[in-house]
Design a protein around this ligand. Structure first.
Ligand SMILES: N[C@@H](CCC(=O)N[C@@H](CS)C(=O)NCC(=O)O)C(=O)O
Length: 222
């Protein structure tokens, strides 16, 4: 068990959620270390001085970007075909679906996330209200996600990497003002988010764990 990879995680962080989703989907056993962001463990900071969660430590390898953790896990084992059917064990660049998914995820992490933060915490950005950013983020949801979701998921009729990588951020957006979100005429997006929130995979990764400290019993994940 000592050799199991260690995942530093924070339950409510959408980046950590996407990492946990991919690790759970890949059935890769890890030791989960729940982090308190204002009191990060020294062991995590030594592994990754950039000090964001999630961080995965697997032997000598330290992976401290959530998307890289997803790819690491799913390239080892992808029983749900989340990377695209032909990708198992193959070169990422030869998988056009994966390339398109990575492009959409990059837009989420750059364009959508920026507006999400400003919508959720306008005072941190010296804004009187977050409404302009709420609307700019909505524009991205409408033009980039809603049309794609006609098949049920972002890349067709089955759950894939992009759904797991993006849904935690849309969840955060929806929860910022639930009534406003529910009133928007976005049927496919509403159905997709509701289904994501109902996934047993999602409920599994939202289990609560006490904050980790050296010496406490290991928490096996998933
Ligand atoms: N690009 C990073 C971003 C991770 C990130 O920003 N995580 C936040 C929590 S949601 C964090 O750890 N922030 C540092 C802090 O709040 O101290 C990734 O994809 O893993």
């Amino acid at each position: 068990m000592d050799t199991l990879p260690i995942l530093y995680s924070f339950r409510r962080c959408p980046y950590a959620m996407r990492a946990r989703l991919a690790i759970a989907a890949s059935q890769q056993a890890c030791q989960l270390r729940e982090v308190v962001l204002r009191n990060k463990p020294q062991e995590m900071l030594e592994a990754s001085p950039k000090a964001t969660v999630p961080v995965l430590v697997a032997g000598d390898q330290v992976i401290d970007e959530s998307l890289d953790i997803m790819l690491w896990a799913l390239q080892r084992n992808d029983p749900l075909g989340l990377l695209g059917a032909e990708s198992a064990g193959s070169d990422q660049t030869s998988n056009p679906v994966l390339t398109s998914m990575l492009d959409l995820i990059e837009q989420c992490d750059n364009v959508f996330k920026r507006h999400l933060d400003r919508y959720k915490y306008p005072q941190r950005y010296d804004l009187v209200t977050g409404e302009n950013d709420r609307d700019a983020a909505a524009q991205w949801l409408l033009t980039e996600l809603e049309p794609r979701l006609q098949g049920g998921y972002l890349f067709g009729s089955t759950l894939m990497l992009a759904d797991l990588a993006i849904a935690p951020f849309v969840r955060q957006y929806a929860h910022t003002d639930k009534d406003w979100f529910a009133a928007q005429p976005w049927p496919a997006l509403h159905a997709w988010l509701a289904e994501f929130l109902n996934l047993s995979l999602f409920n599994q990764i939202m289990e609560k764990y006490p904050a980790w400290h050296q010496g406490m019993p290991r928490v096996l994940f998933p």
